[in-house]
Design a protein around this ligand. Structure first.
Ligand SMILES: [Zn+2]
Length: 278
């Protein structure tokens, strides 16, 4: 009896559908089609980068790992390490290396890393006329945007070399560092690991180079060691959330809020050593 009732209702629905249906039926069919189209469009659309994170680096101990001069042959391995540990980092890339590694640049964005500008071919910008400075920066902006869909907002001048002319010619915030691991000089996993874990302070920016194998090999232990020290690892833009970065200004670390009540004056912030690295 029950089965027969359902069959009758079913036949009724089929009949209505077969006749082209009333306004309600048309609406329902249109809605169904729209949902189907949306699903199909979603399936076709490439995967999107993860949403930006809100992190208050006044409340948690933050540090930024930054990687310069790539992408290179070890960058994929580094991305595997960072992905495996759920870490986001910042890559200051050379425009001339981007074309050969477009997939890596895209992967960086898809995995939540920050892509940033380190000029086209690594010149000392203070030795160039403003037009050439602009060209070094803009060509690299274009290369990174073409590869990843994202235009960088941060620039790291090679060698940390900058002056007023460079600042105004680039028109971007200039990000240096508070910890220079000197990984390019020593090429030692043991040393990179030790320095990378011990030296960073809260709000710090740590300089590594992903074009060197020992640097990349040190990162699993560096990440684990920094987390053991209570650090949250963030991109440079995340580090400076709430502290707007101005074009042409130089930054080495996040400014620390003075403690509300302290028995003695807070210790001076660690100074940057912007002169010695490639
Ligand atoms: Zn460099």
């Amino acid at each position: 009896m029950r089965i027969r009732t359902i069959a009758v209702i079913g036949a009724g629905i089929l009949l209505v559908a077969g006749c082209g249906g009333g306004p309600d039926e048309k609406q329902a069919r249109t809605a169904g089609n729209n949902a189907e189209l949306r699903q199909k469009a979603q399936a076709r659309r490439p995967p999107a980068p993860p949403p930006p994170r809100k992190i208050n680096c006044d409340r948690v101990k933050c540090v930024s790992l930054t990687f310069d001069d790539g992408p290179g042959p070890y960058t994929a391995r580094l991305l595997d390490t960072l992905k495996g540990r759920g870490v986001r980092a910042t890559f200051f890339m050379l425009g001339e290396n981007v074309h050969a590694h477009r997939n890596l640049v895209r992967r960086m964005v898809m995995e939540g890393h920050e892509v940033a500008n380190h000029t086209w071919s690594h010149p000392d910008l203070t030795g160039l006329p403003p037009a050439e400075v602009r060209s070094q920066v803009q060509q690299t902006q274009k290369a990174i945007k073409d590869a990843s869909g994202v235009a960088p907002t941060l620039l790291r001048p090679p060698y940390g070399a900058t002056d007023k002319t460079v600042g105004s010619a680039t028109g971007m915030p200039l990000i240096l560092w508070s910890v220079d691991t000197l990984d390019w000089r020593y090429r030692s996993v043991t040393r990179d690991t030790r320095v990378g874990i011990k030296e960073p302070q809260s709000g710090g920016v740590v300089l590594f180079h992903d074009i060197h194998k020992p640097s990349v090999e040190s990162i699993p232990k560096v990440v684990d060691g920094l987390r053991k020290r209570g650090f949250t690892l963030v991109t440079v833009s995340e580090l400076f959330q709430g502290q707007p970065l101005k074009p042409g200004q130089t930054y080495t670390e996040r400014a620390q809020k003075a403690k509300a009540v302290t028995a003695s004056p807070p210790p001076p912030a660690p100074s940057a050593s912007p002169t010695s690295s490639p």
